[in-house]
Design a protein around this ligand. Structure first.
Ligand code: G6P
Length: 369
């Protein structure tokens, strides 16, 4: 086991640090920005069908559901196809309206999650086209799907998903770009720019890993907190959910993720000097709005940890701690902004003496209801 951890204390840390490579592996052979080439062989025969779909339904559980939420924003923006993201466990039991013109994307690291598998079997029986986005080759979900793409992140051992999440988003981004190109819903120059940006992601993720020592220092300050709030808007809203999930899974600190604008409808009542609030506040189209949300938290003496774009001095002047990440197209930001949150949860859990790779009550793959 020590050899498999390759010198890291835990599989989770190893897997966090593998992400420049795992995202690179996911893109390799599929994307070549210089040549304007993007191709996912696994969905090739379905590209026409998907680009004519009435809507795309995404079904998943846990972290994979968060990747689905990111994909909702991306597909709607790039492809102008309506997307609904469903918890597989809810979808399967509520007599959903699904038809032959629907495309269902099932996202699953293991490819064995019972609820997700049952959801796609139900959608299939109603005539929908099923695409699987899975990590484990040959698992039940890819076998049950009509087509799909593997994430090629390599084996993920830590129960808390990290590299599978970023690989899922990478594949879903490529799918959306492939469809958008087919549909013409992005201009050629927008499309080419996004290919270049996507290809640059592994190097930017590598830069985020250089933040490890800084995040360890921040973790020390907050390791005894009883609660955490994570806030983001737009593309960074699902990242807030994922950051909160990572923390609760492995450190057992109660954490909630919220769209930052919803704070005023509830969570703001919780804010005092004992409440750490993690803002994912990178420079994007909702930047000004999130800055005012940070001010609202500071006015109530909350402790702010802000994930910001490199060189952002405005937020640095307001927040208690800022963590700077490289800039990217806003639709690709989740791949970058999630890295410091993975590291934050990891260090806090280690400092609290928790079993990071095998947290209590959780399983890597949930094959029962
Ligand atoms: C379990 C795991 C999570 C995972 C979820 C969905 O809860 O602990 O890390 O996100 O199942 O699993 P899947 O294999 O379908 O992605």
């Amino acid at each position: 086991e020590a050899i498999e951890k390759a010198g890291y204390d835990h599989f989770m840390l190893k897997e966090i640090f593998e992400q420049p490579k795992s995202i690179g592996d996911c893109l390799r052979g599929r994307l070549n920005a210089k040549e304007g080439h993007l191709h996912l062989g696994g969905i090739n025969d379905y590209v026409n069908k998907i680009s004519n779909a009435d809507r795309i339904l995404i079904v998943a559980c846990g972290t994979s559901w968060h990747a689905g939420l990111v994909a909702e924003y991306i597909f709607e923006e790039y492809c102008r196809i309506p997307v609904e993201v469903e918890y597989a466990s809810e979808f399967r039991y509520r007599n959903p309206i699904v038809g032959e013109k629907d495309v269902v994307i099932a996202i699953s690291q293991s490819g064995e999650t019972a609820d997700t598998l049952a959801a796609i079997e139900l959608a299939k029986s109603k005539g929908a086209t099923i695409l699987g986005v899975c990590n484990v080759v040959g698992a039940s979900i890819p076998r049950t799907s009509h087509a799909g793409s593997y994430t090629h992140a390599g084996p993920e051992i830590g129960v808390a998903s990290t590299k599978a999440f970023t690989a899922q988003i990478s594949v879903l981004t490529m799918m959306a770009l492939m469809l958008a190109h087919k549909k013409g819903s992005l201009t050629e120059s927008e499309y080419r720019k996004l290919l270049v940006e996507l290809e640059a992601v592994p190097d930017k993720v590598a830069k985020c890993l250089d933040l490890n020592a800084q995040i360890e220092i921040i973790s020390e300050k907050f390791k005894d907190a009883a609660n955490f709030l994570y806030l983001g808007r737009g593309y960074n809203f699902p990242v807030a959910l994922e950051g909160a999930l990572k923390l609760k899974e492995i450190s057992y600190i109660h954490a909630e993720g919220y769209p930052a604008a919803e704070m005023k409808h509830g969570p703001i009542a919780l804010i005092d000097e004992n409440m750490p609030v993690v803002f994912i506040a990178t420079k994007d189209s909702s930047y000004e709005k999130i800055v005012s949300n940070i001010q609202e938290v500071k006015a109530r003496k909350g402790k702010v940890i802000a994930i910001v774009t490199e060189g952002d001095t405005d937020i640095a002047g307001m927040a208690d701690y800022t963590v700077e990440v490289p800039a990217a197209h806003e639709s690709l930001m989740p791949l970058i902004s999630v890295i410091p949150l993975q590291l934050l949860s990891y260090h806090i859990a280690v400092m609290r003496g928790c079993n990071v790779d095998q947290p209590r009550n959780l399983a890597k793959s949930v094959t029962v209801e």
